[in-house]
Design a protein around this ligand. Sequence first.
Ligand code: EPZ
Length: 421
Amino acid sequence: MDKIVIEGGVPLRGTVQVSGAKNAALPIIASALLADGDHLVRNVPDLADVRTMGRLLGHMGCTFERSADHHAASIRVPADVRPEAPYELVKTMRASVVVLGPLLARWGRARVSLPGGCAIGARPIDLHLKGLEALGATIELAHGYVTATAPGGRLRGAVFTFDGQTVTGTENIMMAAALAEGRTVLRNCAREPEVVDLALALNRMGARIEGAGTDELRIDGVRALKPLDHTVIADRIEAGTFLVAGALPGCDVRVVGCVPGHLEALVEKLRAVGAAVTPVEGGLRVVGDGRPRPVQVRTSPHPGFPTDMQAQMMVPLCLADGSSTITETVFENRFMHVQELQRLGADIAIDGKTAVVRGVPRLSGAPVMASDLRASAALVLAGLAAEGTTEVFRVYHLDRGYERIEAKLAPLGARIRRDKA
Ligand code: EPZ
């Protein structure tokens, strides 16, 4: 196992390039199952989760090859596959659940391991299953697996309202409906940019999807789709993580290759803490000027403040000249980074869904433990701001969502390296 070692207190200056979006690449790669033939997905991030999705498609009988620079994926889907996702693979990546809709839509049957919970919450998939049942699927849960079948081999269009907004739930049902018979109307859909990018990819395959980016999707099912050739959008959460780094005192960072329109809620909060955020060629420039100001943050589905940026946003607030609150409304247990930030000297109290962050003049480096993907990113940011040495252990969490973060931060002046733990 690796660790990341940071000598903090050095202001970051320079330009950092954003990779393709993990949370768009994963469902888009899964959508290749909807059409046999040779697919090409470009601007794919070189991440552990992408490799896992590739292994999952390989298990089904597809081929999954990445280009020399690992940033494009060639996928060959045969006319028939083994429509199952085994526990050994699903347990390492919950997002594997997004193969359920495509498998069921294309082959009329699927057997997918229940993803189980993770550090940040129970993360059930009941909304996914209700959506598939609305499209006519029969669902059986046994021995830790979902077995889904479409009577007569094809799903039927329907009107369905999600009881709660779910990103991968919206993606799963949208993909299933793309090949269903007739029209499907989905309401209370997730509006995240990654959902929009998937809809764009599906329409390029010949699907007929309207309304992506709004809470109502209208999908007219077709008999067959053609192979994919799609370039994945930039990762707004990786971009946001670097923007937060640039908002730390004395920093001046250009984050390029990102889509400013995907980051509006975060940029508003960064400006509220006192950072100057301005558009530049290809992205955004952020300057952290002096001690951050306290703010109130409340996460909510897009276009609200992203839950995936909650841990990272806590770091500048730890150094603010006053008390801030961060309320996490999406997941039930997404404050694991708090106890680690406290080891670095942060003054944070948790009251239910809300963390009260009392700013302190400085953080001091210490060994800390990553617990989940975005918590580990927050610990890296805190290490950059802290005085002295911070060691972040269990960085395999970090590698699931960030492509060699130490190689991206070092050119900005960060004294950061990866070591064997
Ligand atoms: C996606 O997860 C992202 N992952 C998550 O990013 C992100 O945090 C989350 O959306 C919210 O934005 C991918 O896209 C691969 P949800 P997802 O279904 O789809 C509850 C990261 O850091 N719910 O929108 O699994 C659920 O428990 C990851 O990159 C049900 O109750 O999230 C949660 O409280 C972490 N039943 C809320 O809805 C369901 O059937 C939102 O979950 C589905 C969800």
